[in-house]
Structure formats: structure tokens, C-alpha cells
Write a protein that binds this ligand. Structure first.
Ligand code: PNS
Length: 160
């Protein structure tokens, strides 16, 4: 039984992330979405909010689980019995960072490999940071986020 861990900040989960989760869930027996708790990027949403949002948009996928983690990704992968890390690759600009991440992870945990799914072309430009910037200026974010997540984002921005 092959288990993949799909890690990230998910601040918040975008349609691009959802696409990677759905496609991974078809390839793997189980997918654990790992939400990084202590993120140096100072997330807009708390880890509980990010986990809950992910749970709500993946509820229809029976082999997907959402958990938060702290510390090293490879330790989390080992703890949850993961076989492989999944990451999405959008454009060439992602490549250098992703290569560094996956190679470092393999040096510190030689048994933990990373596989990449290229992002659906529809979402190849999309990032949580850009969506947050648009939301900050009250722009239309409906093309980037699940309606429920878009509503949460608008709510958050109203309190700023
Ligand atoms: O969605 P993101 O923010 O690009 O995800 C980055 C993430 C969470 C995969 C990465 O920051 C990570 O794995 N952090 C955990 C700490 C760790 O293991 N660092 C060493 C990796 S080289």
C-alpha cells in the first residue's frame, strides 16, 4: 500500500493544490496532506484554519487525510508511514527550489523520495501569495479558490 505525503503551507489551499491532491489520490493508495505549523512565512491563516479548510475541500476523497506537522518534513513522512513526498511543479521557476528541497531531503533521509506532478495548465500561474495580494486589495479571487475558501479569505480580509 503506497502512501504519499503532500506537504505545504496551504495559506490558503488553492484550486492548484486541490488539483494535485485529487490527481495524487488517484495514483496512490493514500495521500496525507501535511500542513506546516511553524512557517517562517508568517501565515495569514492559523494552522487549525488551514487544516479545516483542507479537510472541507478534500472531504469527498476517501483516501485523503489532512494533518499538521512541525519540524522536519522527512520526520513527519516517517512518522506517518509515508513512502513518498509529492510536490507540484508549476514552472521552471519552481524547479531550483524543488530540486534543492528534494535533494536535501534525500541526503538526510535516503529512503524518502519525492515525486513531482506538473500542475494543470489552468493553474500553472497560481500561488497562495498572489491570491492573498489580490484579496488584500479586494480583487476578485473566485477563479483561484474553492467558493468556501474564497469566502473565508474575504472574511479574513474584512478584519484587517
Ligand atoms: O508550500 P510551501 O510553503 O512551498 O511548502 C514548503 C514545505 C512545507 C514543503 C517546506 O518548507 C518544508 O518541508 N518544511 C519543513 C521543514 C523541513 O523539512 N526543511 C528542510 C527541507 S530542505
Amino acid at each position: 500500500m503506497a502512501t504519499a505525503v503532500y506537504p505545504g503551507s496551504f495559506d490558503p489551499v488553492t484550486l492548484g493544490h486541490q488539483d494535485i491532491i485529487e490527481r495524487s489520490s488517484k495514483i496512490m493508495d493514500k495521500v496525507i496532506v501535511g500542513v506546516l505549523k511553524n512557517n517562517s512565512k508568517s501565515p495569514l491563516f492559523s494552522v487549525e484554519e488551514r487544516v479545516n479548510m483542507l479537510m472541507s475541500v478534500t472531504g469527498h476523497l476517501p483516501n485523503v487525510e489532512v494533518q499538521s506537522f512541525d519540524g522536519l518534513l522527512v520526520d513527519f513522512v516517517r512518522q506517518c508511514g509515508g513512502d513518498v513526498i509529492v510536490r507540484g511543479l508549476r514552472a521552471i521557476t519552481d524547479f531550483e527550489y524543488e530540486l534543492q528541497l528534494s535533494q536535501t531531503n534525500r541526503v538526510i533521509a535516503p529512503n524518502v523520495d519525492t515525486i513531482f506532478l506538473t500542475t494543470n495548465l489552468k493553474y500553472s500561474y497560481l500561488s497562495s501569495s498572489i491570491v492573498k495580494e489580490i484579496a488584500m486589495y479586494h480583487g476578485d479571487i473566485s477563479a483561484f479558490l474553492h467558493p468556501e475558501i474564497a469566502a473565508k479569505m474575504r472574511e479574513k480580509m474584512d478584519h484587517f
